[in-house]
Design a protein around this ligand. Sequence first.
Ligand SMILES: C[S@@+](CC[C@H](N)C(=O)[O-])C[C@H]1O[C@@H](n2cnc3c(N)ncnc32)[C@H](O)[C@@H]1O
Length: 247
Amino acid sequence: MTREPETSPGSLRTDPEQVRVIRHIFGTVTGTYDLLNHVLSLRRDVAWRRKTVSEMRFFRTHRLLDVATGTCDLAIEAAQKHPHIRVVGTDLVGEMMERGRAKIRRAGLSSRIQLIQGDALGLPFADGRFDAAAVAFGIRNMPDREAALREMARVVVPGGLVLVLEMTLPRSRIFRPLYEIYLNRILPGVARLFSPNPGAYHYLARSIMSFPSPAAFAGLMRGAGLERVEVHPLTLGITSLHTGRKP
Ligand SMILES: C[S@@+](CC[C@H](N)C(=O)[O-])C[C@H]1O[C@@H](n2cnc3c(N)ncnc32)[C@H](O)[C@@H]1O
């Protein structure tokens, strides 16, 4: 009997100009990315990833795909919380993953976490290879988000979970304007002190403000064929965890 290969060649489906922008932004912030994440979110990012990992269920392949893994925090958190699973992390930008690779080594997880460079819109994996596919703070950078969701759904088994953790705008009419001031004024100001590319944090503010509301994003997940879609607002709704199940 022939068995379908575990990986497939994948392809670069993201528009080349967008790939250039992504590589420029994330290739230049790599050294300060983790620190700024923790500072700018007052370390809430750690709790948000922890919540994401606690929603994961492993029942057939015992494998997780971490899409846009960056410096691999979600992959590491998942491998630590679920000691029986293996994790594959994938990202467009090699520099981000190199930093992640060093963290994986330090955590003693090199035998359980594998990193493969690839495009979320043309994932280099055959269908149904993972129990869950997750993306943390990555889908905002992808112009065709429904295509990214369809790819994640394709590579999970039936009954598997797709999880999307993303920064969103709070719904509160009092808190939201304050948060927008934080995004547009304070965040780029702090980034200027630490980051070699503070422009990346103006990009961050713009990309958060133009991201769909959690309800609209849940509609996108249903459009990608996922069912039982749920939204969990975190920290007053400045981040939301969206989950959906492949039928
Ligand atoms: C804000 S970082 C998030 C990294 C990590 N998931 C975390 O939780 O910190 C966004 C990542 O998305 C990656 N990315 C953006 N577009 C991508 C695409 N089309 N395919 C794969 N990775 C992509 C970037 O290279 C970057 O590493």
